[in-house]
Ligand binder design. Sequence first.
Ligand code: GLA
Length: 706
Amino acid sequence: MTLLTPDRAGGRPSPGTDPAPGLAPLTTELGILFGGDYNPEQWDPAVWREDVRLMRQAGVNLVTVGVFSWSRYEPQPGVRDFAWMDEVLDLLHAHGIAVDLATPTASPPPWLGNLHPETLPVDADGVRLGWGSRNQFSPASRVYREHALAITRDLVERYAEHPAVRMWHVGNEFGQVCHGEESAVAFRGWLRERYGSLTALNEAWGTSVWSQHYGRWEEITPPRRAPYHLNPTQVLDFRRYSSDALRSLFREQRDLIREIDPVRPVTTNFMGFFALVDYWSWAEDLDVVADDAYPDPTDPHAASTSALTHDLMRSLGRGRPWVLMEQAAGAVSWRPHNLTKSPGRSRLESLQAVARGADAICFFQWRAATKGPERFHSAMLPHAGPETRAHQGVRRLGADLARLRPVVGSRVGARVAILFDWPSWWASQGEALPTDRLDALAQLRSWYRPLWEDGVAVDVARPGQDLSGYDVVLAPQLYLLTEPAADTLREHVARGGTLVLGPFGGVADESAHVRTGRFPALLRDVVGVSGEEWVPLPDDGAEVVWAAAAPGRPGSFRAEVLGELLRSEGAEVLASFRGGHLDGAPAITRHRRPGSGAAWYVGTVPPQDALADVVRQALAEAGVEGAAPAVRLPGVEVVRRGDALFVLNHGRGTVRVRVEDLLPGSSVPPRHPGSEVVDLLTGLPPAAGEVVLAADDAVVLIERNS
Ligand code: GLA
């Protein structure tokens, strides 16, 4: 089969795409990777044999093993028992199943906490957490780190040459925070590096407020329970430190692995927009980006929320294919009330990840546990065995993924970037701001939603990164904005790009100090508008009136959460407040200067429809379209990945779409002999030139030369 390479809108690689091999050595050989976490230590060896047989039947070609095996490898300090893992790896290899072997460091054995209580984490109330669960370590603990490295060294030395092992997985879901004494020492070391002197720290932390001046390093602690609001910069720096502390844990295990095995890729599993770790700072450290995705089945916007998270993962890896390391086949067991999903929904969610750049689709976990806290968590193989709806669904998915081999390694191209920054998120989550209702993540998601609805490809970008190559940059929430990041936005507009800046942007510097003068301080000339007051709005919002009528659009809307007392300094006022404290003030503006692009400013939180209107207008004026502009159906997601066009029906009803609307210029039956459009999932052309998609169904169309 020869694939054509139609360079349709969105078909070119994203700017900055990284050519590093990443997953390619595995996927070139195995196709899309499919499997899950496998915990053989919970089962008898007789069950292992059944497992590998059933795995093969399901098309599983990759499992992650050993994530929580530390106490099995090292039942007493210094003792080693790897014999059982030898057998597991041999068995998997004999059945052609590749292994992502984990360092077992996420869950130390009870003896470590018992012998060395200082390895246990302490919370902000000073409570030391115990063992009997998992994750009970302080990232700063020297003793924990020594033991973690010792078991990692022995594990990697033993298995680096094992033919089953194709990838290394460090720890699990890094996210521990410790406020204890050893962490205080490490935090001070981190602060010395950052500030060099106590004078600089006192300045950055604004300790002239409330008599907080520090005269000795020893006086500085992690934020702990205190009578009233904590110092916002201390809190922000502790979040930075905590993310860096986990990163150094990851890196020391990774470096040890690389020293012994310089070839196989090393990863760890991220958790989407996880609040405790700045994944931008980690992204370069991983050979392959991997994510755990557990969309909330009660979230009406789960599909676009997942799409955004997948786009983040692809962007963290600079466009490289990534691994969906964990998801649930049905229900999880860690929410209070665990709604399940059908096999069809699970398949759709998996195909969505592939559409957005994943080359590996894995689950937590292979076989459902019968004991321990996760015994009611769904699995690829349920308690009731293989002759179940859920397991048959897993087999179907395995077969589908095998058919998607032609998409392996291909890229998603985007002309739009949406900015997201962890330190700004952290700072905006602090206490004592004008409002606690301006949620950075909620803002990001609502700005993203119209793009998802329209099939517009988007990369998530880190403020300050090179933006050349993007036509449109959306910045929904940049409370904390550094000068270099502001410069990239200025350059983007100067180059002719479009910028859309959201409310309460550029307010603070990297120390979370408010910038003086009219806001947005660093971008005032770019947006051509400036403000003097941030104005939290009452519960029923405030009226905003559009300056011009637009077909189908109401003349006004009620803005929510926050407004700003703005005045235009050259920008066109597209909508303004009417009545109340902000009467007459601009709410939405657009600044166009000869030779430059357009800089839009949205100085409030419009309801979703009005926001979508602004985003769509900005894209239209920049000439950016979706993957299939003629197709806009509620719940239908269209994504181009390389030569393939994914059409995914997240809605509740059947939809019908003409192939010509999806692939303009193509025709069914084919216009040219020997060239046809086929659905990779069925291997067949869509009947009668039309794609008919039931709820939860999908097609993956390509044009094929036979
Ligand atoms: C996380 C963990 C897994 C498991 C699942 C359950 O993703 O990494 O070990 O606990 O959650 O959903």
